[in-house]
Write a protein that binds this ligand. Structure first.
Ligand code: NAD
Length: 494
């Protein structure tokens, strides 16, 4: 069984307390991946000191030189893509073809962030006074704590660490306790690419380690990916301590299928959206809002396709859907099956733990479809985070939009229609950070802003050019070359 350590200022060290935890394969629970440090405030403090010490040198390095390191990271991720994806599948369960996609997102992000180091634009703006020059420049934000979920164990850290490195920040990174090995492998690649000692510090552990990062006075900002419940707690700390805070949280993402939609596309899209990553994506399609005239046909076709999905260990080539992450997830899904039945919904497919050949030693759940779901039911409102789709029948576009918007979350959304008028209305009317037209709720691209509204986000965006707004501070600069004192708003009074 391999022993793993934290990375503090370039040294791999055990936790100060000596406490550890295990990471296990969710498809084969007897397979222990390794033992990791269970960190606490003492480890976090050492990591923050190291990140603070490294900040001056890293933040003053020319940004394009930082970009060269990121480009090397992209090259190494490309070389190691299969090896890394195999390890990620073993640790968090999604099939190999999906973990390869996860690594590809990190590769795209590395090259994109590297290219941004030659932009990092400020503005030059006319002054209201003569012989005066106004501009803005960007300064690196500082020491940032990155706390992540396990479901995209390389892509999500990459969305934060890579643009943040480009911007000149240094980091304390805490991966999820469900994917510590994947987090470590990613950090090792960044080190090999040339990220200097202390610039990225890795602290393994559970929620207490995350809380200690948020509470540390020398951490300037937190970027968090996880549940809305945890995100709200960290938000309270950041609010009290006046820290900048990026939060990417839960979802209850709808696909609307209108009566004029291409049914083949709808069925393929819902299948991928709802059961890809075993429904454990923040952007998973957990609600299908379908026009009554196509409801029965769509449900029949979905049942046939979802019922035929091959469950198994994601590193076996035949596997189409992997396990859920742990026993807690199994218990949560089971409780929502009971809630749904109690509320009067019908289990049209699945509804049970899957325990066929090769599945007994893992956390497998059958692809599950609820029909007769009404807006407002808990299974329609709350994030289950598993392979469970709720189907809601509607009779008009307006009703579909009202149902789609009637939840507290607002991450991703989709409409299938061939009516261009409805497509454009939906772009504006769906309350979500992301809307897809004739595509499912998943499929983010690295160079586009990513994030949610309502209880999913707090106004910032990962990805694309907007993430640099988070990782930098704007400095406004006035240069007066008039040779005299010019008083704004006084000397230029109308
Ligand atoms: P989680 O909230 O349980 O944990 C997320 C991270 O927060 C972990 O690293 C955990 O150790 C840490 N943590 C837990 N308690 C903490 C505390 N009090 N203070 C600081 N850190 C703490 O979430 P999870 O189960 O790992 O992930 C699933 C959730 O993540 C789902 O809700 C999913 O929708 C969401 N998610 C969102 C996005 C997005 O971009 N919007 C992406 C992936 C996952």
């Amino acid at each position: 069984m391999s022993q793993h350590h934290n990375l503090i200022g370039g040294d791999w060290t055990p936790s100060a307390s000596g406490q550890t935890f295990e990471s296990r394969n969710p498809a084969r629970t007897s397979d222990v991946i390794g033992v990791f440090p269970q960190s606490d405030a003492a480890d976090v403090d050492a990591a923050v000191q190291a990140a603070r010490a490294a900040f001056k040198t890293w933040s003053t390095m020319p940004a394009p030189a930082r970009g060269d390191i990121l480009r090397r990271a992209g090259d190494l991720l490309t070389e190691r893509k299969d090896e890394l994806a195999r390890a990620m599948t073993r640790e968090m369960g999604k099939p190999f073809f999906e973990t390869k996609g996860d690594v590809q997102e990190a590769i795209d992000t590395a090259y994109y962030a590297a290219s941004e180091t030659r932009r990092m634009f400020g503005h030059t703006v006319p002054s209201e006074l003569p012989n005066k020059f106004n501009m803005t420049i960007r300064r690196p934000l500082g020491v940032v704590g990155v706390i992540t979920a396990w479901n995209f164990p390389v892509a999500v850290p990459s969305w934060n660490l890579l643009p943040g490195l480009a911007a000149g920040c240094t980091f304390v990174f805490k991966p999820s306790e469900e994917a510590p090995h994947s987090g470590e492998l990613f950090v090792r690649i960044l080190l090999e690419a040339g990220v200097p000692e202390g610039v990225i510090n890795l602290v393994q552990g559970a929620g207490a380690a995350g809380a200690a990062i948020a509470e540390h006075p020398s951490v300037d900002a937190i970027s968090f990916t996880g549940s809305s419940e945890t995100g709200a707690k960290i938000g309270e700390t950041c609010g009290r301590m006046l820290k900048r805070y990026l939060a990417e949280m839960g979802g209850k993402n709808p696909i609307i299928a209108m009566d004029d939609a291409n049914l083949d596309l709808v069925v393929e899209g819902v299948l991928w959206g709802a059961f890809g990553t075993t429904g454990q994506r923040c952007t998973a399609t957990s609600r299908l809002i379908v026009h009554e005239s196509i409801h029965d046909e769509v449900v029949d076709r979905l049942k046939a396709k979802a019922g035929a999905l091959r469950l198994g260990y994601g590193n076996d080539d035949a596997t189409e859907m992997g396990p859920v992450i742990n026993q807690k997830a199994i218990d949560k899904i089971a409780s929502y099956i009971a809630i749904g039945k109690q509320e009067g919904a019908t289990v049209a497919l699945g509804g049970h733990r899957a325990d066929g050949p090769g599945l007994k030693d893992g956390y497998f759940w059958q692809p599950t479809i609820f029909t007769n779901v009404k807006a407002g039911m808990r299974i329609e409102q709350e994030e289950i985070f598993g392979p469970v789709l709720s189907v809601i029948k509607v009779s008009s576009y307006d009703e579909a939009i009202a149902v789609a918007n009637g939840v507290k979350y607002g991450l991703s959304s989709s409409i299938y229609t061939n009516d261009i008028r409805l497509a454009y209305r939906a772009m504006h009317e769906l309350e979500a950070g992301i809307t897809y037209i004739n595509a499912p709720t998943i499929g983010a691209e690295a160079h586009m802003p990513f994030g949610g509204v309502k209880a999913t986000g707090n106004g910032h965006r990962e990805g694309g050019w907007e993430v640099f707004e988070f990782y930098t501070e704007t400095k406004t600069v006035y240069v007066d070359y008039s040779g005299g004192l010019q008083r704004a708003q006084i000397d230029n009074e109308a």
